[in-house]
Design a protein around this ligand. Structure first.
Ligand SMILES: O=c1ccn([C@H]2C[C@H](O)[C@@H](CO)O2)c(=O)[nH]1
Ligand SMILES: [Zn+2]
Length: 139
């Protein structure tokens, strides 16, 4: 399905907005994620921490859950926004790189932003080279 084009800046803007809804009272590090799915729809997520610390989860995991629940199965692009404007890039953690890999090819762009907007774009292959993925399991 092809609707109006969703540009990198649109995805980053959506991630900036949803970041406000993060539940991060322990780390105080709010993160927002926006995923462009194969249907052209955008799925949002924020990090959700928990008083039992290990039960918290990342913004990317929330957005992937929203995508799957809505029926999309492939990721076309990702935006992640976190950290202070001009500070360290908030790239996805190792676990989330693998979560994204489940639904995305090596050339899928991962846009990293902060409160000021888009900072830098990587491909999934750059962030997770020589990855293990669904094609490794041939049943
Ligand atoms: O890419 C990232 C990096 C960190 N976090 C969350 C996890 C935790 O709630 C907080 C601090 O690590 O930020 C994300 O959601 N995505
Ligand atoms: Zn993560």
């Amino acid at each position: 399905m092809s609707g109006p084009q969703v540009l990198p800046d649109d995805l980053v803007s959506a991630a900036i907005r949803v970041r406000e809804n993060a539940h991060a009272p322990y780390s105080r590090f709010k993160v927002g994620a926006a995923i462009l799915g194969e249907s052209g729809r955008v799925f949002l997520g924020a990090n959700v921490e928990n008083a039992a610390y290990p039960q918290g989860h990342c913004a990317e995991a929330s957005a992937i859950g929203a995508m799957i629940a809505a029926g999309d199965r492939r990721i076309r692009a990702v935006a992640v926004v976190g950290g202070e404007a001009g500070g360290d890039l908030c790239t996805p953690c190792g676990g989330c790189r693998q979560r994204i890999r489940e639904f995305a090819a090596d050339d899928v762009p991962i846009h990293i932003g902060d409160a000021g907007g888009l900072r830098r774009t990587f491909t999934l292959g750059e962030l997770l080279p020589y990855s293990f993925g669904p094609t490794n399991l041939s049943f």
